[in-house]
Design a protein around this ligand. Sequence first.
Ligand code: T1G
Length: 704
Amino acid sequence: MTFLDHDDAVVSCDVTSGVMVVVIANPPVNALSHAVRLELIDSFARVQSEPGVHAVVILCQGRTFSAGADIREFTAAPKSPHLPQVVDAIEACAVPVIAAIHGTALGGGLELALGAHYRIAERTAKMGLPEVNLGLLPGAGGTQRLPRLIGVEAAAQVMTGGDPVLAKDAKELGLIDLIVEPGRLKQAAISFAQDLIVTGTSVRPTREMTCEVLEKTRWEVLKSSVATRAKGSTAPLACLDALDAAMHGSFEAGLAQERALFGQLKSSDQHRALRYAFLAEREVGKVPMITGVAPRGLDQIGVIGGGTMGVGIAASALMAGLGVRLIEVSEDAAHRAEVAVARVLDGAVKRWKLSPQQLDEILEHRFGSDVEYAGLADADLVIEAAFESMDVKREIFSQLDAICKPGAILASNTSYLDINEIARTTNRPSDVLGLHFFSPAHVMRLLEVVVGDTTSADAVATGFALAKRMKKIAVRAGVCDGFIGNRILSHYQKAINGAVLHGASPYDVDQALKRFGLAMGPFAVSDLAGLDIGWANRKRLAPARDPAETYAAFADVLCEMGRFGRKTGRGFYIYEEGAKSGCPDPEVEEIVAQERARKGRTARDMSAQEIVDRYMAAMANEAARVIEEGIALRPLDVDVTLLNGYGFPRWRGGPMHFADTVGLSKILNDIKRFQEEDAHLWQPAQLLERLVATGEGFESLNSI
Ligand code: T1G
């Protein structure tokens, strides 16, 4: 018997041999929309009235159990029935309810399962409460039910870390009762239900379980570790407040505390920023040029160059299931690259991202290195990751053009060189594009897909398809020096160098920006990357430098002294043997003072706020130029780039979202304030002036 089967039903119910099977069908991820919540309440109301129903199974259709509340509903006023009511109705059911999990049960999806009395999952399933990634905390009873099932410390880890738990770990924690092989979930759930009926096993409401009270010292240790990891985001700390209520009060009081905390977070800037970032990362792949365009086949790829980038790219492609042939200049170099790739893959095995069997399969059948290009004749796509020199790239691309099959895509991993010039060295300019990975390429999610004047739509679509295979986020970029991210970086670096010339030390700048939310200050990042890289770039650009530019040369002075950063033990900071971070160096302060004197500058105190204002104004201003020139399609493309490639604090949403939050008129006023001391550096972008004049924000440009 099936009911609720009206045309656009998102929940169906079937009763067979005493078990009602409730199936949620709301593609693509069974989000718990208003319609789903309504029909779930109806289904469970029916259980009470339907004779012969002695147990209930909840399943989801499609690729995954519910991924939680419908994020797209968050901007509208919440509509009853609210998710906590649905979960309570499930838990209050008079007969046992079994949640049958496959794919990823996340957020409200897992909370729905926590309302059930029993939970079973496929071996490959994952489950978690990632609400902190949206600046929220679980708001449908998860903060009260989870610790009752798995203990406070484990619950804190799940809630504040935001990472999903594998089914085998969930079983060990007591979060689920049974693991089944993929493909047998529905049958297993029904027989689990029938066993409960036969054995007369009754309901098991989680709310009736007791929550442990953590010993004070362990609670303090837990709180300080969460606060350290939170780095300025508020939701993880709110999770602890809810857990505190779970330990020291009734279930109902705990629910009330959870609801209060959820309401506070839901109206916070951090939630707005994190929700925006989540949706922007899914919108960024919607590029008009490739809408409806089929990507070319991708099975075998070539990588030219076995340096850090080439190794990371090769490892990432291998983990994505592709075949890889890596080309180096000598047998020795090829062997070293093979060893390096194997080491990266070993790390993936240690982190459970790859099984030992998969590693063996890769090394035996899908990966090889060579010194001859001939082995690339059948490659579908080749990524050049060689030395950043146009002469070297021209030579490589003309060889690839001669060797690779028609239709093979030839990509460069260059960070800033002209893709159009590289394309012109081949007879297949429409097959040439940039695929700019970020180091380490097997870790960083960002991939700038750089589209040349002659790049074909299906070549671009293939670049996006490669990113998806590699679980990366592709952003379409136009051709200019530095594309999106590095172009904006080089501009804000000038702004903070200017701050140093005016009196801030490099250490003041790093400290102020770390407090703003960056994981590392820009001068520490330069030391990590190697000061010689920026130095080479500045020398490359020197001939074209505008004489009106106030050029801060203190980084060049350090390079001339051989101080290239961590790799030489000294850069802006001094790095003692084995030290995790560097120490400020009075000698650097002296070098900066000499540079100020050469530029006729008198140092003045500069507040942390002014440092942040300069950093953000420069970033927003150059980003506005990048958008008006079409290098980035939308402001959200800039935000996704800076969030996923440059460590911009995610809970601020990205520079464009942040600029909208503080107001573009503030940004423009700051630029005009700084213009008085350096008119060349601080010239307002026309787009910024136009938006301020019309009272609009960058957000107004995000729909294309
Ligand atoms: N609501 C609405 N749409 C969602 C969604 C959600 N929760 N999750 C994904 N989508 C859309 C997404 O926008 C995209 O749409 C499509 O599904 C495929 O997503 C009360 C308040 C599940 C691991 O944080 O982590 O519950 O672009 O490209 O890579 O306590 O989506 O195709 O139009 O990411 O296979 C908590 C968020 C919500 C989970 C699948 N839940 N989602 O990854 O596909 S808050 C989450 C994900 C909550 C309660 C609280 C991933 C995924 P489009 P995708 P994927």
